[in-house]
Design a protein around this ligand. Structure first.
Ligand code: GLY
Length: 375
């Protein structure tokens, strides 16, 4: 099948609920989906320069054909854009171009653009509505859904942010055609996360289809995006502001964020790459704690590698990754309190659980082994 909406997933949040449309050719029809959401003819599009070059013309035509006039605001690509300085610049740019609270802001890009734009929209004149048009697999299956918006601060990743839900997510699978293999693999880490959290059937699907997913087969990716978004929508609807269940979505993230921070958020370690290795580490740590069978950790490791991800610290890009530094970053994670941490651990494939108040000290030996590649 080519063209059209393949799946519509609803994020059930009452009057803040919204649809995620997944399919092909959606950029060219963006105006049709967006126009009913705004009383204005102008829409602000925040985009990174790479995405604008690749897909800007199609989106622009899609908006204009519905009578909408896009005003593009470009931001530089890369994690460095999630900064206070860029947030200030973006807000100033929007305000100087006359943006009002009833304007619609569109985040057109990967997770960086989505996180920055969502935050800017949430702050603009005390809150404007926004649409997510994610252009990476990672953003389509994770960051564009669920309303977490943030920038980084010197104190750590995503330390300054808001819960601000979009009013629509348009996940056009066609944009994945231009995605470099490395970015696709990084997105597949977040896809695998949903299987590892609570969906062993999806895990089987991913095992069977790993090669197709890795090579970018459209139909298989479409199914992976649909299942992932459904899973995320379900968890967000239960626990929008992460009082409990939503923390499961952080599987692999406490380890992953520590790796990313040790690498100073450089592009040599993508977020999804950190999460991929972080999930393999969370499984191995669960085995060390005696709560997970070794064979499940091995199976998870094998799937992640089949999806194109490194699962061992010595195989990761960037670095150096020193155990003491990783431990210090974990201790300062926003989920840490008084030397105790909330960790997402696993009892097996599809059996992740939230371990509150975990002692940080046993992690020291574990991280030393991980860094040396001995575990
Ligand atoms: N990416 C984790 C969450 O949205 O909660």
């Amino acid at each position: 099948m080519s063209g059209g909406v393949r799946a519509k997933v609803r994020v059930e949040l009452g009057e803040r609920g919204y649809d995620i449309l997944i399919g092909e050719g959606l950029l060219a029809r963006a105006g049709e989906f967006i126009k009913p959401l705004t009383g204005r003819s102008r829409v602000f599009i925040v985009v990174d320069e790479n995405v604008r070059q690749l897909h800007g013309a199609i989106l622009e035509a899609g908006l204009r054909s519905a009578g909408l006039t896009p005003h593009f605001v470009s931001v530089p690509p890369g994690e460095g854009t999630k900064s206070m300085a860029r947030l200030d610049e973006l807000l100033t740019d929007l305000i100087e171009h006359g943006a009002e609270r009833d304007d619609l802001i569109v985040a057109f890009g990967g997770g960086v653009v989505g996180d920055l734009t969502g935050l800017a929209a949430g702050l603009l004149k005390r809150g404007a509505r926004f649409v997510q048009i994610p252009t990476t697999l990672l953003a389509q299956v994770d960051s564009s859904v669920g309303g977490k918006t943030a920038i980084n601060s010197r104190a750590g990743k995503n330390m300054v942010g808001l819960f601000h839900q979009p009013v629509l997510v348009l996940a056009d699978l066609d944009v994945l055609d231009t995605l470099p293999a490395r970015e696709r693999a990084a997105g597949l880490a977040e896809v695998a996360k949903y299987a590892l959290i609570d969906d062993p059937v999806f895990f089987d699907f991913l095992e069977t289809n790993a090669a197709k997913l890795r090579s970018g087969d459209k139909a298989t990716l479409a199914e992976a995006v649909r299942v992932s978004c459904s899973s995320k929508a379900r968890i967000v609807a239960i626990d929008e502001t992460e009082q409990a269940e939503r923390a499961l979505l952080n599987l692999g993230h406490t380890f992953g964020h520590a790796l990313e921070r040790a690498n100073e958020y450089r592009p040599t370690l993508l977020h999804g790459e950190g999460v991929g290795a972080g999930m393999a580490m969370a499984m191995r740590y669960s085995v060390q704690l005696g709560v997970c069978q070794g064979q499940d950790a091995v199976r998870a490791d094998r799937l992640l590698r089949a999806l194109g991800l490194a699962t061992r610290i010595p195989d990761l890009g960037g670095g150096p990754y020193a155990a003491e530094e990783l431990l210090a970053h974990m201790a300062h994670d926003k989920k840490a309190r008084n030397g105790r941490l909330t960790l997402i651990l696993s009892k097996g494939i599809g059996q992740a659980y939230i371990q509150r108040d975990a002692d940080i000290s046993p992690l020291r030996d574990f991280l030393a082994k991980e860094v040396s590649g001995a575990s």
